[in-house]
Design a protein around this ligand. Structure first.
Ligand code: ASP
Length: 332
């Protein structure tokens, strides 16, 4: 029998109503009491590094989880991280950079309804996650939710209430689960030994443009951070009307060593800043990066991972466009 480590971190799956809304109260051991059949699939052990609503999870927690996985990696055949859904896609992306090339499955799951509720998705999701963590055909960091197996760098929370909370963005599902059976579609590549990292630069920010966004806001955000991701409109462009030229502010920032990534606020199909003149001007500036088909969650995590390693622009560019865990289509 495979040996699986269940890592509890909180979230709705572990929550109860304490009078002022749901709050996580259960540890991983207690979650397992609701799915006794799991013991027939594998041997399980539990660990609880923290217990919180994922709203409060920060880059330091991602590093904490990566360090824990590093320490426990050789002792187990697979890992299940029970996590709140709200920031699960960020954690999945971050772990995809902090733990690269793992052969063993590292599965994130959670639920839209607490495990103690009569009507809940928790029990199916947790059981499915354990099935995936015990599989020989799944490798690396993934989200398992509502019968879907999603690459960690491609997950996005696209429904705030229904059980189908997560989608795979610009990438196929790695597999599906039906009635407790896994149908794996895609087998990820892996390394002989995974590469673990415990450094992130959290001075990365995200700005979603609205019509009329002031260049002074961009310049403030550039001052405060090492990296800035700008979610522009459509395939990507920057407002340049009189007195509000975002591009010149960005170019100044880039000259001062800041890293800027242009992406789109449209969920599917990615950016292509060469299509319109409002984007082409940015395209001509080789130091502005473009996210193409990446999710915003993956761009945030990848920038934090890259900027912790180097401040050399050429190296940043090279690392950014080099695919990690299928996060970006290989344009080279
Ligand atoms: N607020 C919760 C969390 O992210 C939502 C959930 O788990 O579904 O922790």
């Amino acid at each position: 029998m495979k040996k699986i480590l269940i890592i509890g971190t909180g979230g709705t799956i572990a929550s109860g109503n304490m009078g002022e809304g749901l709050t996580p109260i259960m540890n991983a051991e207690q979650l397992l009491n609701f799915v006794p059949a799991v013991k027939k699939i594998c041997r399980v052990e539990c660990i609880q590094p923290f217990c919180m609503d994922s709203t409060n999870i920060c880059p330091e927690h991602w590093v904490q989880l990566a360090v824990l996985l590093h320490r426990q990696y050789d002792q187990y055949d697979g890992f299940v991280i029970c996590h709140g859904t709200d920031t699960m896609a960020y954690t999945a992306a971050a772990l995809s950079y902090l733990v690269q090339g793992a052969k063993k499955p590292i599965i994130l799951t959670g639920a839209q309804k607490p495990i103690s509720f009569d009507s809940t998705d928790s029990r199916v999701n947790l059981t499915d996650a354990v099935i995936c963590a015990s599989s020989d055909r799944l490798h690396g960091v993934m989200v398992v939710f509502n019968g879907k197996v999603i690459q960690g760098t491609r997950a996005c929370k696209t429904n705030s209430k229904s059980y189908a909370a997560f989608s795979s963005i610009n990438y196929p599902y790695l597999g599906v689960l039906r009635d407790g059976r896994l149908f794996p579609y895609i087998e990820n590549a892996y390394l002989d030994k995974p590469v673990f990292t415990d450094q992130l630069d959290s001075r990365v920010a995200l700005l979603k443009l609205i019509p009329g966004t002031k260049s002074s806001l961009v310049s403030f955000m550039l001052e405060q951070n090492d990296g800035l991701i700008i979610e522009a409109f459509g395939v990507g462009g920057l407002p340049d009307y009189a007195g509000n030229d975002l591009l010149s502010v960005i170019e100044d920032g880039v000259k001062n060593g800041k890293t800027v990534v242009l992406t789109t606020q449209v969920q599917n199909e990615g950016s292509d800043i060469r299509v319109y003149q409002v984007g082409y001007r940015a395209y001509r500036c080789p130091r502005i990066l473009e996210a193409f088909d990446m999710t915003t969650e993956a761009v945030c995590a990848k920038l934090m991972w890259i900027l912790a390693r180097t401040d050399d622009m050429e190296r940043i560019q090279k690392l950014f466009y080099t695919p990690v865990s299928n996060d970006i289509f290989d344009y080279s």
